[in-house]
Design a protein around this ligand. Sequence first.
Ligand code: G6P
Length: 369
Amino acid sequence: EQIEKGGYDHFMLKEIYEQPNAISDTFRGRMRVDEGIIKMAGVDDNLTKLLNAKRIVIVACGTSWHAGLVAEYIFEELVRLPVEVEYASEFRYRNPVIHQDDVIIAISQSGETADTMAAIKLAKEKGAFVFGVCNVVGSSISRETHAGAYTHAGPEIGVASTKAFTTQITVLALIALKLAESKGTIPKSDFHYYLQELERIPEKVKISLQSAAHVKSIAETYKEAKNFLYLGRGFNFPVALEGALKLKEISYIHAEGYPAAEMKHGPIALIDEQMPVVVIATKKGHYDKIVSNIQEIKSRQGKIIAVVTEGDVTVKELADHVIEIPETEEFLTPLLTTIPLQILSYYIAVMLGKNVDQPRNLAKSVTVE
Ligand code: G6P
């Protein structure tokens, strides 16, 4: 096992550090930046079906559901298609309205999650086209869907999902870009620029990983906290949910993810000097709004850990700690902002002596209801 961990203390840490390569593997052979094309067999072979979709419904569980939420923002922005994101377990039991021109995207790392599988079967019965985004090649879900695209993240052993999440977002961004280009919902020049930006992401993930020592010192400061709040807006709202989930899963600290503006409808009541608040406050993406949310936290003595774009000045003055990530196109920021949040939860769990790779009560793949 020591050898399999490749010199890392835990699989989770190894998988966090594998992300630059995993993301490259996801777009390798699919994205030809020089020629300005995206080739994905599962998409190309079903292009008419996908382009004629009136709506996309994404079904998934856990971290994959969070990737689905990011995809909702990306598809709506780039492809101008309505998207709904459903917990597979809810979808399957509530007699959902599904039309024949709906495309269902099922996201699953393992390809074996029982609820997601049941949701796929239901959607197929109702005549929808089902597209799978799985990591495990030949898995049940990859076989049950009409078409699909693998994430090619390589085996993920740590129960808390890391590289599966970022590679799912990568695949979904590729699909959205391909559809946007085919539909003409984005200008050609933007399409080319976005491909170049996506190609630079692995390098930028590497740079984001360099904040690990700094994030570790933040973990040391807050490891005894009883609660954490995670806030984000737009593309980074789902990242806040995912950051909170990571912390809960492996450190057993209660954490909530929230859309930053929604904080005033509840969580703000909890903020005092005991409450660390992780805020994703990258440039663009409602930056001014996030800054005012940070001011609201500060005036209630909450401790602010902000993920910012490198060179940020405004948030730096307000926050107790800032973690910088490189600048990128807004819809790609989740691929970077999620990195320090994974590292933060990892170190807190390690410092608390928890079983990082196999947290209590959780399974890597939930194959029964
Ligand atoms: C379990 C795992 C999570 C995962 C979820 C969905 O809860 O512990 O890490 O996100 O299942 O799994 P899937 O394989 O369908 O993505």
